[in-house]
Write a protein that binds this ligand. Structure first.
Ligand SMILES: Cc1ncc(COP(=O)(O)O)c(C=O)c1O
Length: 406
């Protein structure tokens, strides 16, 4: 069977195929970058429109109460929580991952006052490491980077072990339950970055016993560019959250305008300042698209899709080296291939309407979001990649020009 026929057979059996119509994907584009920025959905744009024209333009300041703006961080946190296996009241939406991680790592050091090490994988997404450095500098702690398996570097000084659930470059998926148990056995707290797993697979934070997690909503959750991030804390930590960005939104009584700070109860203690309401509303719309979606079905399609992509690329595109785990259970919803001219090849592919991205030094990265991608698109993307390689068109000088964002 040829690739397109095989893809059509897979599409015919896809229980999520009918969700595609919810998203606006431009004609002629095959979008394999939902792991960086998810597309707009009709529901997200409609929610944004209502928020701007009715709640803001008409409601003005009254909307903080009348339209429920004030409650958005916890309300949206609850809806995100359902998708990542978090119990009621354990997730709050706010700020960015970077800022939330700053708060979480400080909270960890406060929970383990006799331990002064933050342990992270050397391959973590850089902002995680930069933030951990900043926390260590502020709190008199030390950042230890594990070059090998992170759990091997656990020890009596480690307060928190920070792990990226899915590695942003390779797509390798970490075993959350096993690593969390290892951290706990060593007396440390387990902190998870869910950037590449929220909305892509069953995360199961409560079931894994995780202590804290951070994640974003602009990737697989399709909340929009710069959409608010979120924080998770297990219920057992709720009474003891001490974080340094002690703004009025995280106060127990923000509108009492008291002089001294007293942290709010539960997850509201992670809030700092006034939230970006329009971004929250776009996210609220995007989350409507997840209603009735079972994460197990998303994961099953994602594994089938990444496997088909690997098989097809390896059959049609000589010269590319797989940089992701070969076993579907061991990777997230992305596939990476290495090539010394990966940047130019990706630019040439984008010029053909197949959008993936590039991560230095040599990684071509392809994301597979099961809610809006078809197997036929994936097969067509592989055919385009094969043509880019075979024709050598990527050698054109224009494809070597670098933008600020890759
Ligand atoms: C693993 C990981 N963490 C963090 C971030 C970015 O965090 P922020 O929301 O602070 O920009 C990214 C962005 O792609 C990421 O992949």
């Amino acid at each position: 069977m040829d690739m397109i026929a095989e893809a059509r057979a897979l599409d015919a059996a896809d229980p999520l195929a009918d969700r595609r119509g919810r998203y606006l994907i431009p004609e002629g584009v095959i979008y394999l970058d939902g792991n960086s920025l998810g597309p707009a959905s009709h529901a997200a744009l409609a929610a944004l429109d209502v928020a701007a024209r009715e709640e803001w333009a008409e409601g003005l300041i009254r909307s903080w109460n009348a339209a429920g703006w004030f409650e958005l961080p916890m309300a949206l946190g609850g809806r995100i929580g359902r998708l990542i296996g978090a119990g009621e009241g354990c997730v709050v939406a706010c700020d960015t991952i970077s800022v939330n991680l700053y708060k979480v790592l400080h909270a960890c050091l406060a929970l383990r006052p006799d331990r002064r090490v933050i342990l992270a994988e050397a391959t973590s997404f850089p902002t995680d490491l930069y933030i951990a450095e900043g926390v260590c500098a502020a709190a008199g702690a030390r950042l230890v980077l594990a070059e090998g398996p992170v759990e091997a570097a656990l020890g009596p000084e480690v307060a928190a072990m920070l792990v990226n659930h899915v590695d942003y470059r390779s797509g390798a998926l970490r075993d959350m339950a096993a690593l969390t148990a290892a951290a706990h056995a060593a007396g440390a707290l387990a902190v998870w970055d869910l950037s590449h797993s929220a909305g892509a697979l069953e995360v199961g934070l409560d079931a894994a016993g995780a202590d804290f997690a951070v994640g974003c909503t602009y990737k697989y959750l399709n909340g929009g560019p710069g959409a608010p991030a979120f924080v998770y804390a297990a219920t057992r930590h709720h009474g003891a959250i001490r974080q340094p960005v002690t703004g009025w939104w995280g106060h127990a009584r923000p509108f009492a305008f008291e002089t001294g700070f007293e942290a709010a109860k539960g997850m509201k203690a992670f809030l700092a300042g006034t939230q970006p309401v329009l971004s929250f509303r776009a996210l609220a719309g995007a989350l409507e698209d997840w209603e009735g979606v079972e994460m197990g079905a998303v994961r099953a399609k994602s594994m089938r899709m990444t496997q088909a992509f690997i098989n097809w690329v390896e059959a049609a595109c000589p010269g590319l080296e797989l940089a992701s785990p070969r076993a579907a259970e061991a990777r997230g919803s992305q596939v990476s291939f290495c090539h010394a001219n990966g940047y130019e090849i990706m630019q040439a592919l984008i010029a053909r309407g197949v959008i993936g991205d590039f991560r230095a030094p040599d990684v071509l990265r392809f994301g597979f979001a099961p809610l809006y991608l078809s197997f036929e698109e994936v097969a067509r993307a592989v055919l385009a990649l094969a043509e880019v390689l075979e024709s050598g068109e990527w050698r054109e000088a224009r494809f070597a020009e670098r933008g600020a964002v890759t």
